[in-house]
Ligand binder design. Sequence first.
Ligand code: G2I
Length: 472
Amino acid sequence: MSINVSDPGGRHRSPLRAFARRALALGGAGLVSVTGVVALSGTAQAAGTPLGAAAAGQGRYFGAAVAANHLGESGYATTLDTEFNAVTPENEMKWDAVEGTRNTFNFSNADQIVSHAQSKNMKVRGHTLVWHSQLPSWVGGLAAADLRTAMNNHITQVMTHYKGKIYAWDVVNEAFQDGGSGARRSSPFQDKLGNGFIEEAFTTARSVDPAAKLCYNDYNTDGVNAKSNAVYNMVKDFKTRGVPIDCVGFQSHFNSNSPVPSDYQANLQRFADLGVDVQITELDIEGSGSAQATNYGNVVKACLAVTRCTGITVWGIPDKYSWRASGTPLLFDDNYGKKAAYTAVLAALGGTSGGGTDPGNGGGTDPGTGTKSCTATYAATQTWQGGFNGQVTIKAGSAAITGWSVKVTLGAGQTTTGVWNGTTSWDSTGKVMTITPSYNGALAAGASTSFGFTVQANGNAAAPAVSACTAS
Ligand code: G2I
């Protein structure tokens, strides 16, 4: 990579953000608003829409690059599971990770990520099959014919292992040079097999897993420039000649030396007009505060404005694990607090920030009087072709409660792809989920909270049945 990394200096740590961080630490709630008033009244407010659900409302996914070795950290896993509905293994599927020794494949770290994603109904982007970097030295030592065999074998073995589990593969990554030449980058593949290695890789990939979308992925191609023109011409040529390609990934690593281009949306659109999907695959934007937030919001808006922009992946979850951590380029701070950039992304996706629950209530809650009770009220908050987001508002009666439980019964054919602000247990039919609080069980008399879920309608747009609320 030749992306410049700028250091924007010290972190912004406002008291409000510290408060929001505590809110997250206490249970993953949304941002806190008007905190003093909330604390004193003991009123819990509705929690916000997670990024993935908000993106689903726009017919998109919202993903994160994930490292297997962080999955055991609870803040990391909770944030991933709450907020995202797609993942990309950050390093675990690269050639050096899976085939360090010729024909000896090790999928254990990548498998961890894929199993995690599958258990949470998240899409997986496969990254990446053929790349000049993180390439074991034995590959570079092969003569042309052998290299061709090794490349096709690598694609075949890796894609076969994950067949049916990958939404889109970055089949070839970063094959073009930076600068104005529009030339291919020197690599063992380019130097020994010539330009044709790219289409050979795509053709092999299609034969192995015809259901996976096949992408070309690169950086510094985010605006119209010599490098993106070269990629554009390649994709156009592939489409003309019937070489299988389904999507182009725009990495979108931005900082002050490499800002969001003013023609970002136009560039995405011209690729989409070639008949491929476009995806924002490795988004991170160095900076802080409102400047960073504005940039993030603009990137999301650009994707939403392009019908074939099918999703956005940010290149990491908290700043501390970014490949360029000093630039604080991500949506969550080191304690998994939501940054201004998060709020801007959520707003651009049409989600609601909500109020979260009061995290630091020293003032006590009103115990109220009488028998514990609660009500559950359902509303569809977003609908789209193929699905909808449902929200259930739980309201305590005239006495404070410490827990609640509601059953949600899906209609025929319906499945859920995510539940937030609630803990789910399914009955044996797989149709009835009992939702109990994930952190938001304690409600003062008359106070309310909400949980939500995304439904894939599969032809049935009817509202799920929501039972009466049981208080404890
Ligand atoms: O460089 C940013 C990205 C540019 N596009 C392709 C992506 O695959 C690339 O990701 C980064 C990862 O985020 C880094 O985590 O690729 C780097 C390598 O080119 C990754 O860094 C490597 C370190 O260089 C290694 O020392 C380390 O062992 O990560 C490895 C695993 O932690």
